[in-house]
Design a protein around this ligand. Structure first.
Ligand code: CA
Length: 224
């Protein structure tokens, strides 16, 4: 079961209760406010480990709340945006949100993102990050990969791609999104680059190759 306290700032009650239900099922403690002007106070009182923050809110909008929270500290924030265009505002203006999810989204996806952000941020706070998926072991700090106990030599980019997919396992990423996240290109260059890296990664991973799944028409994910 997951641990942690999540604050949801969302005026659409249906979305908030659905997300609350899913997060509570995973073991999180959840608090919920519907008005932007109450968000900062709720953060102080509830001391959440992560905030799920809608952009369009009555009282004070999500971008302003995000800006103010960032001015006070580094609490992890996932923004909920209504359209892809708002992503520019959230990410482009470097508000400092840790991730964003575009509506409509599945509560399952949001839960996966919450867990991924919490994993990522706890790693930054000094915890070592190691993963075991079936026969694959991944030590992120040492940049070591083993399959069935035998070391696997990967290029830096192959390692980054594998670590990103494993860290966010279960989530499907488009080629463009992978270019953006792993290659850190703002504009998609040639998404065949992703395919060729996945191909060579699978070859090197041998019996663990199946961990990287192709999702037809969408992209890739890591999963057992
Ligand atoms: Ca809203």
């Amino acid at each position: 079961m997951a641990e942690g306290r999540i604050l949801i700032v969302e005026d659409e009650k249906n979305i908030a209760s659905l997300v609350t239900l899913y997060l509570e099922n995973e073991g999180f403690r959840v608090n919920h406010v519907t008005d932007g002007s109450k968000a900062l106070d709720a953060v102080r009182r509830f001391e959440p480990d992560l905030v799920v923050l809608d952009v369009m809110l009555p009282g004070m909008d999500g971008t302003e709340i995000c800006r103010r929270l960032r001015a006070e500290g580094d609490i992890p924030i996932i923004m909920l945006t209504a359209r892809d265009q708002e992503v520019d505002k959230v990410v482009g203006l470097e508000l400092g949100a840790d991730d964003y999810v575009t509506k409509p989204f599945s509560p399952r996806e949001l839960v996966a993102r919450v867990k991924a952000v919490l994993r990522r941020t706890s790693e930054c706070s000094g915890k070592t990050e190691k993963f075991s998926l079936g026969v694959l072991s991944l030590d992120v700090d040492r940049r070591q990969v083993t399959v069935d106990g035998s070391p696997v030599e990967l290029t830096a980019r192959e390692f980054d791609l594998l670590a990103f997919l494993v860290r966010n396992r279960g989530i499907v990423f488009s080629r463009d999104r992978l270019m953006e996240r792993v290659w850190e290109y703002d504009h998609p260059v040639d998404s065949r680059t992703v395919d060729s890296h996945v191909k060579s990664l699978r070859q090197k991973l041998g019996s663990a190759a199946d961990l990287i799944k192709t999702v037809r028409g969408v992209g890739y994910k890591a999963d057992i």
